[in-house]
Design a protein around this ligand. Structure first.
Ligand code: DO4
Ligand code: MG
Length: 275
């Protein structure tokens, strides 16, 4: 297993128990290196052992854009049809779930992304907000999936539900995107058995928990990437959230102080607090 973590000291690679600081190389260059697995093995072998103690873990992103896929799980299709019933928008969600072309939208520029432990935000002009825990693909400039991380696609359900054309406002605002804690470098494809767990704590109590696995993801990572890169260049690469399969019931909304924990087995845990 190889992980790449972005820290305030520089990129850090962990390979088979050895952790090394890759000084003298920047994140975007590493992200787009040809033969990344062997390159990281060589760099780790020629570097001293490094301890992450005392370093700050940052979001694993340089200048990549973050994009997101939508309605890729049956649960998301269902929940969105419900929330958009009054506006008459529900058919769009049913159609995109089974259409050949996936829903893809721009989620965040790098400066709008927060890392592990940082605060995510809910919009002041929204009353119904949820986190969306999503397997997130790291893709280089050549369209190759180089690894996997965890993303939280914070969403304002009342704004999107009022009119699907309000999607960018429901999805894109300061503090709406958390990514981390590291990139699990792809040596083999991620297993469909991989599980995703979300829990939300309020005043020390768990107020929501949910679970899904990648068997429920309707589209393959390659299919999503091929649509994303079809007519669009990503000179620094991109991160692509693959959609949520966990959505709390209609009676749940996030509050300030809530602690959001997303766990994807084999990648790790992404924890954030709501500002
Ligand atoms: O269709 C709106 C957004 C869907 C989404 O973000 C998701 O399914 O994860
Ligand atoms: Mg989403």
């Amino acid at each position: 297993m190889i992980t790449l973590t972005r820290t305030d000291a520089g990129p850090v690679v962990s390979i088979d128990g050895k952790t090394a600081l890759l000084s003298g190389t920047d994140w975007d260059t590493l992200f787009n290196s040809p033969n990344l697995v062997s390159h990281l093995k060589e760099l780790a072998a020629s570097s001293d052992e490094f301890s992450l103690d005392g370093t700050s873990i940052l979001a694993p992103i340089g200048t990549q854009e973050v994009w997101a896929a939508g309605v890729t799980y049956y649960r998301s299709r269902d929940a969105r049809m419900e929330e958009s019933k009054a506006s008459g928008g529900q058919d769009f969600y049913a159609k995109v779930y089974s259409a050949e072309r996936p829903e893809l939208f721009m989620k965040a520029s790098a400066f709008r992304v927060v890392g592990p432990g940082a605060a995510v935000r809910i919009r002041q002009d929204s009353k119904w907000n949820v986190p969306e825990p999503e397997l997130t693909l790291a893709i280089n400039s050549r369209g190759e999936i180089i690894g996997y991380t965890i993303g939280n696609d914070m969403s304002s359900r009342d704004i999107e539900g009022e009119n699907p054309l309000y999607l960018p406002q429901a999805k894109v605002y300061d503090g709406s995107c958390a990514i981390g804690p590291c990139i699990l470098i792809r040596e083999t494809d991620i297993s469909r058995e991989t599980t995703i767990d979300l829990s939300i704590e309020r005043d020390g109590e768990t107020v929501f928990s949910g679970h899904t696995d990648l068997h429920q993801l309707k589209r393959t990572p390659e299919e999503l990437v091929s649509y994303l890169y079809r007519e669009t260049a990503f000179p620094a690469g991109a991160l692509l959230m693959t959609g949520t399969g966990i959505i709390p019931g209609t009676d749940f909304s996030l509050k300030s102080g809530d602690r959001i924990t997303i766990c994807i087995d084999s990648i790790g845990v992404l924890r954030n607090v709501v500002a």
